[in-house]
Design a protein around this ligand. Structure first.
Ligand SMILES: NC(=O)c1ccc[n+]([C@@H]2O[C@H](COP(=O)([O-])OP(=O)(O)OC[C@H]3O[C@@H](n4cnc5c(N)ncnc54)[C@H](OP(=O)(O)O)[C@@H]3O)[C@@H](O)[C@H]2O)c1
Length: 207
């Protein structure tokens, strides 16, 4: 019987690798890929709200096979209290931070590489205080669907849209009453589908 060689390890840049989601994604991918962990602190520094820092990181790293993001912040607050400045937090961080990561990163991806962004259930299932999160997640999902049809060189792009994580419920439970929290490891599997699968323009809902 012919023996099958396992494919060579690919390099995955994972932004937000130290967070609740990032740690789970790293655990899921680490045995099969070379995961480059990045965030605002640590060896590979990047702040997704700062395009220059995204460029600097890629100049240091060189080409990669996959870019995955598990970072992105929005302001949570009552609609009555939301201001232009508070909406701008999510636009600058979770929305444009990830869009810029994708747009700058695309030139640093090998042919056939992939981009995986993070959204969340609030795109479809709103909660009180979540207007900015819903708006930003919805915009990201529309960006992913649209960018997928224009990305060159076989580069794919997908988003992972998880339910609230069981691991985050100690802090989030009062805002997510009645939601069926998922183990964060399930959300990490969707990163594996995006990076190791063949689809593009997908929103992997992990509810
Ligand atoms: N928690 C949930 O239940 C849940 C559910 C659905 C979706 N999500 C989404 O999943 C994402 C991650 O959530 P999480 O709960 O895992 O967050 P988290 O535990 O706070 O982790 C965030 C990670 O991102 C890094 N980070 C923060 N701001 C950054 C920036 N500007 N540039 C680069 N890295 C940055 C942080 O490290 P440094 O401080 O070192 O930068 C940290 O490693 C968020 O977009 C969130 O909306 C979360």
């Amino acid at each position: 019987m012919a023996t099958r060689k396992s494919p060579p390890k690919s390099s995955v840049l994972l932004v937000g690798a130290g967070g609740t989601l990032g740690r789970a994604v790293q655990k899921e991918l680490a045995t099969r890929h070379r995961v480059i962990a990045a965030s605002r602190k640590g060896k590979h520094k990047v702040d997704i709200t700062d395009s220059a820092s995204i460029r600097r990181l890629f100049e240091q790293l060189g080409k990669v096979d996959a870019i995955a993001c598990a970072a992105g912040h929005v302001h949570f607050g009552a609609l009555a209290d939301m201001t232009e400045a508070l909406f701008a937090v999510g636009l600058r961080d979770k929305l444009m931070g990830q869009v810029n990561l994708a747009m700058i990163g695309r030139d640093w991806l090998n042919d056939g590489g992939s981009i995986t962004l993070i959204t969340g259930i609030l795109a479809e299932q709103p909660i009180r205080y979540g207007t900015s999160a819903s708006m930003v997640n919805g915009a990201l999902e529309a960006f992913v669907r649209a960018a997928a049809i224009e990305l060159p060189r076989g580069i794919r792009i997908n988003a992972v849209s998880p339910n609230v994580f069981a691991e985050s419920m100690p802090g989030y439970a009062p805002f997510f009453r009645g939601f069926e929290a998922i183990p964060v490891a399930r959300a990490a599997l969707a990163y594996s589908r995006s990076i190791e699968g063949a689809q593009t323009g997908q929103i992997y809902r992990v509810y």
